[in-house]
Each structure stands twice: as C-alpha cells, then as structure tokens.
Design a protein around this ligand. Structure first.
Ligand code: NAD
Length: 495
C-alpha cells in the first residue's frame, strides 16, 4: 500500500467477527462508516445488538470452557501472540491507512505510533506470560498453601476512537496472554482496525471463539456486553460519563469485575526555574496538539509561573503555525482531522464557551479546511483562563490549550488538584526538592518531571479519582484479567 492511490484501493469488511467468522448483524442492520478526512463513505458496518453480543459471549464461553486457549501452555500462547504481533507489523501500512481514514489522525503517526505500539504491546504480554511464577505462602509446615493465578474467563472490552488499536491492545493483550476469551466492542466511530486485528489474530493461530469483535453503538452493543450475566470482567476505556454507567451495569448484573480508564484534564506546571524553557514550550504545545488534542492524557491545563508567562507564550505562539491541520494522508501532516462532525462541534462549542466566559483567545478558535468535506479545527490557545471556567474544568478532547498562571508551589498544587480528574501531570523545575514535593502532592496516576513524552509498556497507566479504576500496561495489568486462588494442601509429614 505504498502508492498514492492506496486509500482508494483499500477494501473494508465491516462485518463483525464472531466465533472465527465474519458475520452480518443478526438484524441485518448496518451503519455508515464515514471518513473524517473528507466525509467520504468508507463502508457500512454491522450494527450489532443484544443478539450478536449473546452469540459472541456464547462463543467466548465455549472457547474458555473447552480450554482450547487457556489450556495451552503459556509458552504456546506466547508463540501465537508473537506471531500475532508480527502479522500486525507485516500489515502495518494497511492498518495505518485504515486508522487514518477511519478516525483522521496523520498517517505518519498511525504507522509510527499506533501500529508499532499495538504490536509491541501484544508481543510484550506474549513474551511475559511464560515468565511469571505463582507463589507458595510462608505457612506452618503442616500444610502447603499455593497461591496461583488463572484467567477470569470471558472478558468484555469496550474502547474509544482516539487510539483504536492501542486502546484495544492494552486490554486484549494481557487478557489473551493470561488465557481469557475476549469480546471486543470498538467505538462506532473507528471500528475498522479492530476487525482487522481479529482477522490477523485468527491467522496467527488464536483459536476461533477466543477473540471476537462486535461492532455497533454504545447503548446497543456496549450495554448488553456490560450487563451480560456470562461476562466475568468488563474492561472499559472512554468517557467518565459512560464509565460510571459501566460500574452500575456491572453491579446491576453479575457483579463482574469492572475496570475503567476515563477522562483527564491534566495540569502541566512550569516554574520560573524550568531548566530548559524551549523544551518545556515544545512539550506544552506538542503534547496538546498531538492526535488533534484527542488524548486522555493531553496536558490541557498549562500553569505557567506569572514571572515567565509572557516569554513562554511568545515562544509557544511561534510554534502554533506548524500544527495547522492538513491532509492526514500526507506524510508531512502533523495535525489531522477531528474524528467526526459531532466531536468537531463539541470542540467548537467549548471554544465559544471560553470566549464567553472571558478567556483571551491567542491563537486559532475556528474550524479549518471546510472545503475538504472533512472535520478540522485550528490549534487553539486561550490565555487568562481561571480554574473555574468550563474550558479548565471539562475535558474538551480537541486541540485547545488553556493557559493559567500561579504564584507559588502551594498555589499551583491546590489549583492542579482542583479537578474531578487525576490522570497525568507534569512539573518543570531545576529544584529537586520542588520537583519531588510537587510530584508527591499532585493527585495523578502519572507525574512527569522536566518532560511530558516518556512512555513505555513497562509502566502502569491510569488515573486517580474520576479518571478511572485500575491500570493498563505493565505487569500490573495482569491483575485485572486473572483471579487469585489459594489451594491448601495438608502435609502429614512422615519425618
Ligand atoms: P465514550 O465514553 O463516548 O465511548 C467509549 C466507548 O463506550 C465506545 O465504544 C462507545 O460505543 C461505548 N459506549 C458508549 N455508551 C455506552 C453505553 N451506554 N454502554 C456501553 N458502552 C457505551 O468515549 P469516547 O468519546 O469514545 O472517547 C473519549 C473518552 O475516552 C475521553 O473521555 C478520553 O479521556 C477517554 N480515554 C481515556 C483513556 C485512558 O486510558 N484513561 C484513553 C483514551 C481515551
């Protein structure tokens, strides 16, 4: 798929994948999959409902009970997971192009970030699974207590549209590696790569029924999965609003384990003694505009110490033109399209609210590239934002940076923690005491010091407060998809 008309040549199959087969929705219904790049119809996608979810869960349950996957030795599952990761890379260009057409991110990043990270995640959990040992408890010598871990059973996975492959892989990789069967519901706004991932998992040797994908809308296909009496665990990434409903649905049904990775409004704190102001400016601007601002961990509240704010903003504004939205299929583009018209309108409404609540618009503020038929928003910066303004409190999920100021460390910690969220944060200072003290006081799952872009599959990812419950990535993620069992064995020792 290297030639220029590759996008036109791509063929999409929008049927769901249940028990190893591509199938239409039981109702026969399908919905249009529109590209935000230019508004073109890519394909139609199965509009699954309860009947389809029931079929997928039944297939996953059968696969789990007959042990066709969980019964394999960890080393065997490892080999198949690694083959799966290799196949993702072998189809990397096709997957990247599909992701770009489906949700609008620049193809350059879809290939270098999304495809590579998803493949790396699947490989990493595959490689990990035959290196984890169980435990023997230090009990009295009259008994042996084995503490073992086993798969939970059938895992439902519901993911959003901002990093479709990565979000899916953070959940399906540890869940599958641990021996579970999975039913994945991708976002209705970006369903295509999840379906291709499931095709490739089958090709790699993951048995039919072990990894199923049901496509469709949240209330129609997501809710039946979260409410299902035969799903043992539901792993959700998405908005805090829906995340709360997921916990309710888990409680209303079979008390399935519910894990939620939700929204954020991350503070990025720059002290006047920042060791490298240019780097801090680049990170502040680059991280909020990366992925069109559609990142849960985007540093959307920038706190700059009053004495350097003017200088900081002057430098920041010089970088903004480079983020002007462009054609996501062009490899030079670094900011692409917003996922759909609804989300674009939400972002534009937040921009209006910033202006009406008295924030000062420094850059952007408008829709762009209307002539393409796609959905684009200019990179936008507001100064003079107060923490009680809507644009400082609510997650915009678009390329909008709110700039606030502060006087000292305790002031900025107080303001930063004044949020319902607690996903990430950053602090820039050359003072090691300040760095540690502020990092410790911030209520966030991850705190960066003097950078914002470090990331690795080896570290946990998740939030405090209403940013969710549980952690993706790292060996900690296995906790979500395994049950701990204690087996007591009596020892009547002859010696
Ligand atoms: P969303 O909550 O609208 O949708 C997420 C998923 O839930 C989609 O698949 C959707 O179809 C499904 N869904 C919607 N209503 C449902 C219902 N009633 N029952 C079951 N499922 C339902 O979120 P979104 O707009 O797709 O994604 C953006 C959100 O995701 C942002 O808040 C962002 O911060 C968050 N996010 C968080 C992380 C993280 O790791 N913390 C990562 C990425 C995105």
């Amino acid at each position: 798929m290297k030639n220029e008309d590759a996008p036109q040549k791509l063929q999409f199959d929008g049927r769901s994948l249940i028990n190893g087969k591509r199938v239409h929705a039981v109702s026969g219904e399908a919905f249009d999959c529109i590209s935000p790049v230019d508004g073109r119809l890519l394909t139609t996608v199965a509009r699954c409902g309860e009947a389809d979810v029931n079929a997928a869960v039944a297939a996953a349950r059968d696969a789990f009970e007959d042990r066709r996957w969980c019964g394999l030795a960890p080393a065997q599952r490892k080999r198949i997971m690694i083959r799966f990761a290799d196949l993702l890379l072998a189809h990397g260009d096709e997957l990247a192009l599909t992701e770009t057409l489906d949700m609008g991110k620049p193809v350059k990043y879809a290939r270098a970030v999304d495809v590579n990270s998803a493949a790396n995640c699947i490989r990493w959990y595959g490689e990990a699974v035959d290196k984890i040992y169980d435990e023997i408890a230090p009990t009295a010598s009259t008994a042996l207590a084995l503490i073992t871990r086993g798969p939970v059973g059938v895992v439902g996975v519901i993911v959003p549209w901002n990093y479709p492959m990565i979000m899916a892989s953070w959940k399906i990789a540890p869940a599958l590696a641990a021996g579970n069967s999975v039913v994945l519901k991708p976002s209705e706004k970006s369903p295509l790569t999840a379906l291709r991932m499931a095709d490739l998992a089958l090709e790699a040797g993951i048995p039919p029924g072990v990894f199923n994908v049901v496509t469709g809308y949240g209330p129609e296909a997501g809710s039946p999965l979260a409410l299902h009496m035969d799903v043992d665990c539901i792993a959700f990434t998405g908005s805090t609003r829906v995340g709360k409903q997921i916990h309710v649905m888990a409680g209303q049904s079979n008390l399935k384990r519910a894990w939620t990775e939700l929204g954020g409004k991350s503070p990025n704190i720059v002290f006047a003694d920042c060791p490298n102001l240019d780097k801090a400016v680049e990170a502040a601007v680059g991280s909020i505009f990366f992925n069109q601002g559609e990142s849960c961990n985007a540093p959307s509240r920038l706190f700059v110490e009053e004495s350097i704010k003017e200088q900081f903003l002057e430098k920041a504004l010089k970088l903004v033109p480079a983020y002007a939205p462009g054609n996501p299929l062009d490899k030079a583009t670094i900011m692409g399209a917003i996922v759909d018209q609804t989300q674009m309108n939400t972002v534009l409404r937040y921009i209006e609210s910033g202006m009406s609540e008295g924030a000062r618009l420094l850059a952007g503020g408008e829709q762009a590239l209307q002539e393409t038929g796609g959905y684009y928003v200019q990179p936008t910066i507001f100064d003079g934002v107060r923490n009680d303004m809507t644009i400082a409190r609510e997650e915009i999920f678009g390329p909008v940076l709110s700039v606030l100021s502060f006087t000292d460390a305790s002031d900025v910690v107080r303001q930063s923690n004044q949020s319902v969220y607690g996903l990430q944060a950053a602090v820039w200072t050359r003072d090691i005491n300040k760095a540690h003290g502020v990092a410790r006081a911030l209520r966030a799952g991850t705190v960066h010091v003097n950078q914002y872009d470090e990331d690795d599959i080896t570290v946990p990812f998740g939030g405090f407060r209403q940013s969710g419950i549980g952690r993706d990535k790292s060996l900690h993620a296995f906790d979500k998809y395994t049950e701990t069992k204690t087996t007591w064995i009596r020892i009547d020792s002859p010696v």
